[in-house]
Design a protein around this ligand. Structure first.
Ligand code: R5P
Length: 297
């Protein structure tokens, strides 16, 4: 097998490769003056499985090099090409709210399914889809960050209460609370726009002595967690620790999060960022081992 990394920041791929006792191939990549991509891989691929790391945060300029590389690897004789994208984009556009809107999750999944033979990812945003199999036609392995998040909470927080800001977050928040052995509350959110959300408060005054830990899969504009934190503090709860799986972080989000009434905020290393405090490399390594062992995936 080979690990090949298309990302500029290859720390996660290196950590996984160390655990698998193999090297990371880094193709030469640059852009021509006209903006088109140049790629070169000199190492031989001898009918091996290739685990292609490409963290698809900000996907639009990463998808073409990924498809070029996958086509090249296939021509070079790769046995199977497995995409390892710790953050899977285009999952939130999963329904047509207004006539004419394009449900991009379906077209994006078709692009990936045509390019590679399998997919490993961490906590994809499954809201109206219940499984990746509904849109991806290739085998996929979904890793959950819940146990590493629960470990972090057990080791770092006294008397935690887990808060999920909206109904979708219950799938992470409830599992984390169960694994960490602490109470959980799921709130309700209404979204009015890209940067406009309102959270409906539940009476949590019984938990004023607890340390709230606010958990969400994606922190993009940060509005969801900031709005929830403001409400908590206004209701007399402690300022929460915020944990996001994916540091998507839209423009301005980091500054707003740093200035918000939060005790702290951190993320998993699915998207490289200075807030990465929880490591998912062991889980990704295990998923790769599963793919290697299974001949039918
Ligand atoms: C969607 O509902 C997700 O679970 C997150 O709550 C959402 O993506 C967060 O977005 P933002 O940080 O822009 O509020």
């Amino acid at each position: 097998m080979k690990i090949l990394c298309l990302d500029t920041d290859s720390r996660l791929a290196m950590s996984v490769a160390n655990q698998l006792n193999c090297d990371v191939l880094k193709p030469e990549q640059r852009c021509f003056p006209d903006g088109e991509h140049y790629l070169r891989l000199v190492e031989n691929i001898n009918s091996e499985d290739v685990f292609l790391f490409s963290s698809l945060h900000q996907p639009d300029h990463k998808i073409l090099p990924l498809i070029f590389m996958a086509n090249f690897l296939r021509e070079e004789g790769a046995r199977r090409i497995i995409l390892v994208t710790p953050y899977l984009p285009y999952m939130r556009q999963d329904i047509q709210f207004h006539p004419g809107e394009i449900v991009t999750s379906r077209y994006f999944s078709a692009l990936i399914s045509n390019a590679v033979d399998g997919l490993i990812t961490v906590d994809p945003h499954l809201h109206r889809y219940h499984s990746l199999d509904e849109i991806y036609s290739i085998p996929s392995c979904v890793i959950h960050a819940t146990s590493v998040i629960a470990n972090w909470i057990r080791n770092s927080i006294d008397a935690p209460i887990i808060i999920g800001p909206d109904e979708e977050s219950s799938q992470w928040a409830e599992d984390v609370a169960k694994a960490a052995g602490c109470p959980v509350a799921i709130l309700k959110k209404t979204r009015y726009g890209d940067r406009d959300v309102r959270i409906q408060w539940d009476d949590l005054t019984a938990y004023r002595q607890h340390q709230p830990v606010l958990i969400d899969d994606i922190i993009s504009t940060g509005k969801t967690v900031i709005e929830t934190a403001n409400l908590m503090v206004a209701e007399g709860l402690k300022a929460p620790v915020v944990i996001g799986v994916h540091a998507v972080l839209a423009e301005g989000a980091q500054q707003e999060l740093d200035q918000a009434t939060l005790k702290d905020w951190l993320t998993c290393n699915t998207i490289p960022h200075s807030s990465n405090g929880i490591d998912v490399s062991v889980e990704i390594t295990a998923a790769i081992r599963t793919f290697i062992l299974k001949e039918d995936v």
